[in-house]
Write a new protein. Structure first.
Length: 509
């Protein structure tokens, strides 16, 4: 990189904070969409005549397209330019949302959800990589990623509240239509405000074999876990999907090590810090997605909460996440090494999970759920923020789209695994509890009580696994991630582009 280019890239963009507003708005829309539809699903299913067997496709169609195409979306952002990919992604997402809201049958609904996933896969990596290339000063980067991390973590819970409101007081279709104003405002703002730094594009020809192998491999993996949830782990198609996924992803790694312009340059994932972040973040998301699911069921079915009340019950978790991300993470990120925020953050979240293993039918919200959710939010917010920042730091500008896509991929695959794995554990624990206790229940009310106790027993069994997963995530973060403080030590980078990008904050500070 020439001296002039280094000087140019070290001058911060005057509009960067305005740009952050529109990037954050787009990220909120994508994260909201992952949970907002869950609450509306029963009403949509009834209206469109979707069978119980096909119901899961409303969620699965989105997850498969989004998870499968993320790497491709990240590479397109590097090829086209992040701003263009961001604006196109927003426009497509808005159009797909309009189609979903206007759906008249199940095929139209599934198609709209898949299209949302396609454009989400273009939009999400472009948003994160824009943030990575626009904020180069260590302290400013910490603030920007603090806000982004809080939205990435807390947006799902906001989706539960908004989904409850829209479904209860308007109509399930508004859980789709609500994306349109978000997308229009974010796209207009991005078009006029964002100015992408020069020289960051990767104009190498597209690695078509890599695109095909990674997309099919990730789709097979996500579908395998989704199917395991409904049909069991020993189901022939489930096993076939896992085998196919392993073969395809192995072939992908081989292809990427040989081709001249790989879709995912292996240097992006083999760097020790980034590898540790992708792994620990994916594990933490496994634990968190399972929890969203169980607490939603527990509050609505066992406690009898309405959708709106259930959404509001998650507010302490959002408050904890925002505090952990914007106050603890942002303030300490330039003072301590990232692993000293990530490791303890995951352990605090594990402590919150540990409290939830004490759940019973009559558990008090204020005495048990409130402190557990606060701890969980605080821990996750504190850990997410440095993870998001470090995952894209020290990457060559031309790889920033793909590095950002890997953050989203680890979260998306983690979400699919978490939902399927923890749901299966909960279901088998519930079944065995009911089988053991139903014999002694003679009246109908006693049988209903045994069934509710069985459900709670299933949730707590799965939550014990989630505690263990978070402890493993903390261990990985503490052992793998060895980067120093952002304003003291340059993150290890093997190439000239990496050195340029990391050294700028050191000089600025």
């Amino acid at each position: 990189m020439s001296e002039t280019a280094v000087k140019a890239s070290s001058v911060p963009d005057a509009n960067r904070w305005k740009a952050l507003v529109f990037i954050a708005l787009a990220q909120l829309m994508v994260v909201l969409d992952a949970t907002i539809v869950n609450i509306a699903l029963p009403s949509a299913q009834q209206d469109l005549g979707i069978s119980d067997g096909n119901r899961q496709w409303v969620v699965t169609a989105y997850a498969l397209a989004f998870g499968g195409l993320l790497l491709f979306g990240g590479r397109i952002a590097d090829l086209w330019g992040r701003k263009k990919a961001f604006v196109v992604g927003l426009g497509g997402f808005a159009a797909a949302s309009a189609l979903g809201g206007a759906a008249t049958n199940e095929a139209m609904m599934f198609g709209a959800r898949a299209l949302q996933g396609v454009f989400g896969a273009l939009l999400a990596p472009a948003a994160l990589s824009l943030l990575a290339v626009m904020f180069t000063d260590a302290k400013e980067r910490a603030k920007a990623f603090g806000i982004y991390g809080a939205i990435a973590g807390g947006g799902g819970a906001v989706g539960l509240i908004l989904g409850g409101f829209l479904t209860e007081y308007l109509d399930w279709r508004w859980t789709f239509f609500v994306n349109i104003p978000f997308a229009v405002v974010a796209a207009a703002g991005a078009y006029f405000v964002i100015r992408e730094p020069e020289g960051g594009r990767n104009r190498s020809p597209l690695d078509i074999p890599g695109v095909i192998l990674s997309t099919l491999g990730l789709v097979a993996l996500v579908y395998g876990f989704t199917r395991a949830e409904s049909d069991g782990w020993s189901d022939a198609v489930t096993v076939g999907m896992f085998v196919a996924s392993a073969v395809l992803l192995l072939a992908f790694v081989v292809v990427e090590s040989k081709v001249k312009a790989p879709l995912l340059p292996l240097r992006v994932v083999t760097e020790r810090n980034r590898g540790g972040i992708y792994l620990s973040l994916g594990l933490a998301i496994i634990a968190m997605f399972g929890l969203f699911l169980f607490l939603t069921y527990y509050l609505q079915i066992v406690k009898g909460y309405s959708p709106v009340k259930t959404g509001f019950a998650f507010l302490p978790m959002i408050a904890g996440m925002i505090t952990g991300s914007t106050q603890i993470g942002t303030r300490l990120m330039t003072r301590v090494a990232p692993r000293l925020l990530m490791g303890p953050g995951f352990l605090v979240a594990a402590l919150g999970m540990l409290l939830l293993t004490q759940l019973e039918i009559g558990s008090s919200y204020a005495a048990l759920l409130l402190p557990a959710m606060l701890l969980l939010g605080l821990g996750m917010g504190t850990a997410f923020m440095p993870a998001m920042s470090l995952a894209t730091q020290g990457v060559e500008p031309r790889d920033s789209g793909v590095a950002s896509a890997m953050v989203n991929t680890s979260q998306q695959v983690g979400g699919a695994i978490g939902t399927a794995l923890l749901n299966t554990i909960a279901a088998s624990a519930t079944t065995s509890y009911i089988a053991d206790h139903i014999v002694g229940a003679t009246s109908r009310s006693q049988q209903q009580l045994v069934q509710l106790e069985g459900m709670v027993q299933g949730y707590t069994s799965a939550i014990w696994f989630a505690v263990g997963i978070l402890v493993v995530a903390a261990t990985i973060a503490l052992t793998f991630v060895n980067a120093g403080r952002p304003n003291m030590t340059a993150v290890t980078g093997s190439d000239e582009g990496a050195a340029d990008e990391v050294q700028i904050p050191v000089v600025a500070h």
